[in-house]
Each structure stands twice: as structure tokens, then as C-alpha cells.
Design a protein around this ligand. Structure first.
Ligand code: PGA
Ligand code: ZN
Length: 427
């Protein structure tokens, strides 16, 4: 991070309990620096969380928001974290992040709550960027910023929708688009075409948590056929030269008693791997995230061996943006890419460390939103600054999703020399 020389002081820190895109409470954190700079950060929250993720502070009071209130986390920001942040000058955001992690003292940030810590970390990083664009302030030394391939989640299932679809996310990725703006146009065009196909086939066009359609479909292959139809109906080639497909089955959610439960079938780990092997032959699927469950490390190594040469195999629940777990995965040949979510690990510094670990090992990276979002677009800048080349932020619809894509359109317009697309070396 390029904030090392920026000595700053924090003179104000506060938080507010606000709503996320699902109607659940979350935090909005405000910071004021000694030079008068102010910044705000909105904290995201997930539904299909990995068991090793850092832990949110939720009040548990059944009389408020069904126990999901965050007044305790607000009190932590305005109590100990404010006292700590205002106690001394800081040479860098890293320094403040490290002191917060230390003061929390737990392995999973359960004392202050990851929602409190990540909100402070994001707000301070944004304020400390000063006159620079946030993506420039987040850029690691030696890395060239670039505009990421947007992964639009156009069809939702799993815990993000009330339908019978076991796979959670079906994304379209305009890998072959000539520019970020053209990628957004392709995403919106395919999304509209898909809506039309679904309506004409008599399907429900209600939406899931991430803005994708949530029709009553069951078999993943049926959805993939529809997606190919929508890509072509919108006038694009289905595949890496045009618009490719990416999956996030979020398999931990349908893994029970050592088996995968998909569309009424019960599959072993080996059978699930064969199912994916057939899917990538039959459909232009370029990336599979959480294809297997987070505690099926043996299966993960086999899946990577079987498909990793041709397909991106992304760990989300499995890696939880934890540099130590990612390092272990690299050692054991598990996956070839990591999903990056700042609120899984808890600070901007640790997020950048996870990304550095991936970069050094040649693992690809996709920066990601959560199913519960605000209109904060921090992750758009994170994706550009780190040059990772991939971002997923849900459908090309709904304010909290398009806030990130719109921020990227703004960056693209203001910085026309920025490259777009997958970085060199990503399969
Ligand atoms: P979540 O899902 O934000 O609900 O955890 C997103 C994902 O699994 O990638
Ligand atoms: Zn996921």
C-alpha cells in the first residue's frame, strides 16, 4: 500500500447502525483526520459464510432485527477503537490495522467484531488516501493497476434465493470485451436477454439477493443452456473470446454427511468432480468457485488436478481471504485462484497481504462483494489498484450492485490508459 509515508492523526471516529441491501442491520463508519479529511465506509455481510471467516458482532437481542442488530459493534467503534485510533499519530494504515488486530486479541476478531474492525479499516484507508484516488493509494509497489473483468451474477440459487436451485451463482464474464465500458454493456444486454427468455418460457423473473433472476429451475445444466441462449440472443459469442460463464456453486451449502446433494441426486466427491468435468466440456464455463465443500480438501486437490490446467478453480469459503490458509492451499496444490473479500479477514492490510500471497504464487484473484451490501464501492478500487483483473459484484442491476460497476466506469473514463481484462498468466 502506498500509504506508508502518509503520517496522519484520527480526530473523530463514529458509527451508525444502517440497513444493508437485504434489510439487515450493518455499520456505516465515519472517520475524521487531523487535516480535516473525512471518509465514510459501509460494511458488507455474507449469508453463505465460511466457518473460518472472522466473526461479526451481532447483538442477539430477539426484540431488535431478529437478533441481528449491530449496536454492540457501533459501541466498540465509538469506545475502544476510537480511543485507540485517536491516541497517537499513525505512519500508515498498516500500523493502525495492526494495532486494532492486536487490541482485539482473538484469532477471529470476535472481541470487537469483524464488522466494526473492517469498517474502521476501510474508512481510514479511504481518508488516508488524501488527494489520491483510492485505487492509487491501495496499489502495492510494482503492480500496474488495471480494470477487472466484471462477473455479473445473473441467476441466483442456493441460500441467496427461495428457488430449488442448489448452485448459488451463475455469472457471465465478458472476458473478450475490448474495454470495461463494453463489458458492462455486454452484461446489461445479456441480463436483459435472459429476462426475456425466462419470461417467454413462463418462468418467474423475481430476483435473488444479488440481483440475478431466481426462477424455479433445479438442474444447473438447464440454467447453463439458458445462459448460452441469452449470450447469443444478445449478439455475443459464448466463450472466452466473447462472454464466458463462471460458477459459484457454494458447495458447502449442499454438502451433507460427506455427499453433495444436487437436484435430487446424491453425489460423492469424485462424482461431483466428474459432473464439473462434463459441464466444462458442454458449456463455456471458465471459472468454478467453491465447487466442493470447505472441508473436502482431498476433493479440492483432485478437482484442481483434474480441471486446473484449463479452468480457474477459486477458493472462497475454503480460503476466507486468510493469507495463512491461502499459503497452506498453495503448498497442497488446492485451487489456483482465491476469492478476496475484505470482511472475511477484517482489515485492508490483511486483505492486501492475502492478495500478495496469491500474486507471489501465481494464484489468480477475484475481488468480491457480499450478498448483503451497501452502496460503498471500496472493492472496485481494491480490484483496480491491485491489478488482479477480476471482480464480482452481482447482477448489472440494483443500486448496491451497480455502485461498484459505476465506480469502475468512472475510473475507466478518468484514466483511459488503464488496461482492461485478465492479467497475463491467468488461464
Ligand atoms: P455471501 O456469498 O456473501 O452470501 O457469503 C457470496 C459468495 O459465496 O461468494
Ligand atoms: Zn462464494
Amino acid at each position: 500500500m502506498d500509504l506508508v509515508d502518509g503520517r496522519f492523526t484520527v480526530v473523530g471516529l463514529s458509527a451508525l447502525e444502517v440497513l444493508d441491501s437485504r434489510g439487515h442491520p450493518t455499520l456505516q463508519v465515519q472517520v475524521r483526520l487531523g487535516d480535516g479529511t473525512t471518509a465514510v465506509a459501509g460494511v458488507p455481510a455474507g449469508a453463505s459464510t465460511g466457518s473460518r471467516e472472522a466473526v461479526e458482532a451481532r447483538d442477539g437481542d430477539p426484540d431488535r432485527y431478529g437478533g441481528k442488530g449491530v449496536l454492540g459493534a457501533v459501541a466498540h467503534v465509538e469506545g475502544e477503537l476510537r480511543e485507540l485510533a485517536c491516541s497517537r499519530p499513525w505512519n500508515s494504515v498498516e500500523q493502525l490495522d495492526a494495532v486494532m488486530v492486536d487490541a482485539d486479541g482473538t484469532a477471529n476478531k470476535s472481541r470487537f467484531g469483524v464488522n466494526a474492525i473492517v469498517g474502521v479499516s476501510m474508512a481510514v484507508a479511504r481518508a488516508a488516501a488524501g488527494g489520491q484516488e483510492l485505487f492509487q493509494a491501495l496499489r502495492p509497489p510494482g503492480v500496474s493497476p488495471r480494470l477487472p473483468v466484471p462477473h455479473f451474477n445473473v441467476l441466483n440459487g442456493g441460500v441467496h434465493a427461495g428457488n430449488a436451485l442448489d448452485f448459488q451463482e451463475f455469472m457471465i464474464a465478458p472476458v473478450g470485451a475490448p474495454s470495461f465500458a463494453e463489458a458492462v454493456r455486454a452484461g446489461a444486454g445479456v441480463y436483459a436477454a435472459l429476462g426475456g427468455l425466462l419470461r417467454r418460457a413462463g418462468h418467474d423473473t423475481g430476483l435473488g439477493d444479488e440481483g440475478g433472476f431466481a426462477p424455479q429451475l433445479e438442474r444447473p445444466e438447464e440454467v447453463l443452456s439458458l445462459l448460452v441462449g441469452a449470450i447469443e440472443a444478445a449478439g455475443y459469442t459464448a466463450g472466452r473470446e466473447g462472454v464466458a460463464i463462471a460458477l459459484d456453486p457454494a458447495a458447502s451449502e449442499f454438502y451433507r454427511d460427506g455427499a453433495y446433494h444436487v437436484a435430487g441426486q446424491v453425489l460423492s466427491s469424485a462424482e461431483m468432480i466428474e459432473r464439473y468435468a462434463q459441464i466444462v466440456v458442454d458449456f463455456p464455463v471458465w471459472s468454478i468457485e467453491d465447487g466442493l465443500a470447505e472441508d473436502d480438501w482431498g476433493g479440492w486437490a483432485k478437482l484442481t488436478e483434474r480441471l486446473g490446467d484449463t479452468t480457474q478453480i477459486v477458493g472462497d469459503d475454503l480460503f476466507v481471504t486468510d493469507p495463512r490458509i491461502i499459503a497452506e492451499a498453495i503448498d497442497r496444490g488446492v485451487g489456483n485462484a482465491a476469492l478476496i473479500k475484505p470482511n472475511q479477514i477484517g482489515t485492508v492490510t490483511e486483505t492486501l497481504e492475502a492478495m500478495r500471497t496469491c500474486r507471489t504464487a501465481g494464484y489468480a484473484q477475484m475481488v468480491s462483494h457480499r450478498s448483503g451490501e451497501t452502496c460503498d464501492s471500496f472493492i472496485a478500487d481494491l480490484a483496480v489498484g491491485t491489478g488482479c483483473g477480476q471482480l464480482k459484484s452481482g447482477a448489472p442491476a440494483r443500486g448496491e450492485r451497480v455502485a461498484k460497476y459505476n465506480r469502475l466506469l468512472g475510473i475507466a473514463a478518468d484514466h483511459p490508459s488503464l488496461a482492461y481484462g485478465l492479467p497475463e498468466g491467468v488461464r
